[in-house]
Write a protein that binds this ligand. Structure first.
Ligand code: ADP
Length: 324
């Protein structure tokens, strides 16, 4: 039986145009990214800070405007929806952010916070649902009477997850959702997220800069660098057999816990990339840091190369499979 993907992302682009005096600077935050995701699976999105992970996530869940390309959810396009359709979509896709405190109203009790999406979407039986949801995320019902400041960081993130579950979505985007937590709490929240996935047949997009988190949660991974997808594969292919020079660098850099990996302080790299953009070239943004670069890398972003059914990369410098 063929399994149809729940999410299909094709050639998605999100550029930010910034005015710089008389000049316009274009930031290609997401540049022609494509992938698909099967129901019940987790796709990890990894890359260092500023690589475009959040922008890609927000573009997919329609929190950003002016997106180019196509995003299909259950086979239906969700790009450029009208208000009513967008509201309906908001039931089906939820987001859990890094800082639950920022997204929880400090003046509201937990029961009101969890009830809010149910109220907005006019769901019946709210009282019953709230009790079920808080138990699903492993908190006692007494917590419904508490305020966010009375909860620990891990408990607040459980509430963030509870709120995301309230409308029984089919897709949840986790945007660095466990990055701010202590390692032991992080492990508990990761276990909860995985348990909920099995129990409720949820599909996840999971943004993280932390490879140890990625290994625990993801089935498949896309690696992005300055808006470009450079490698894609099963989590073990990406972490244990990376082929793209950027992925290799990411995997070899041991991140300090909780800190984004910043491999380059820009400078030289920035200049080369800006020059490429000014000249209208569509080169590889990793050029200036790459040890296997070729002159063509400045002019043309590589086509897809396949190592296996599941493992792809985009690099001119890797000439054939035997060399890897
Ligand atoms: P990541 O999530 O990987 O840290 P982001 O998606 O936040 O990366 O950012 C990717 C690039 O897009 C960065 O260069 C960032 O400065 C730029 N960017 C993100 N949001 C905006 C915005 N609203 N306006 C202008 N530039 C933005």
């Amino acid at each position: 039986m063929t399994v149809h993907p729940i999410l299909e992302v094709s050639d998605v682009k999100k550029y930010f145009v910034m005015k710089n005096g008389l000049k316009k600077d274009v930031i290609k935050a997401v540049d022609r990214i494509s992938f698909s995701l099967e129901a019940g699976k987790t796709l990890g999105i990894v890359g260092e800070s500023g690589s475009g992970k959040s922008t890609l996530g927000r573009a997919i869940v329609q929190l950003l405007h002016d997106i180019e390309g196509e995003v299909l959810l259950n086979g239906k396009s969700i790009i450029g929806l009208k208000r009513k359709e967008l509201q309906k979509l908001r039931e089906d896709i939820q987001v859990v952010f890094q800082d639950p405190y920022a997204s929880l109203d400090p003046k509201q009790k937990i029961k009101k916070i969890i009830a809010e999406p149910l109220k907005i979407h006019k769901k019946p039986d709210r009282e019953k649902s709230i009790h079920e949801i808080i138990e699903l995320v492993g908190l006692p019902v007494e917590f419904l009477e508490r305020y966010p400041h009375e909860l620990s960081g891990g408990q607040r993130q459980r509430i963030g997850i509870a709120r995301a579950l309230a409308l029984s979505p089919s897709l949840i985007l986790f945007d660095e959702a466990v990055s701010a937590l202590d390692v032991s709490v992080q492990a508990q929240i990761i276990n909860l997220i995985k348990k909920l996935q099995n129990q409720l047949k949820l599909t996840y997009l999971f943004i993280t800069h932390d490879l140890s988190v990625l290994r625990q949660v993801a089935d498949e991974v896309i690696v992005i660098y300055r808006g470009k997808l450079v490698e894609k594969g099963k989590v073990e292919e990406i972490i244990d057999q990376p082929v793209h020079p950027y992925t290799k660098l990411l995997v070899s850099a041991i991140p300090e816990i909780g800190k984004p990996i910043v491999l380059d302080e820009a400078g030289e790299e920035e200049k080369v990339i800006n020059q490429m953009f000014e000249e209208g070239e569509d080169g590889c943004p990793f050029y200036s840091r790459c040890e296997i670069r070729k002159s063509i890398c400045l002019k043309k972003f590589p086509e897809i190369s396949k190592l296996s059914e599941t493992h792809d990369y985009y690099c001119h410098g890797i000439s054939n499979k035997k060399e890897i």
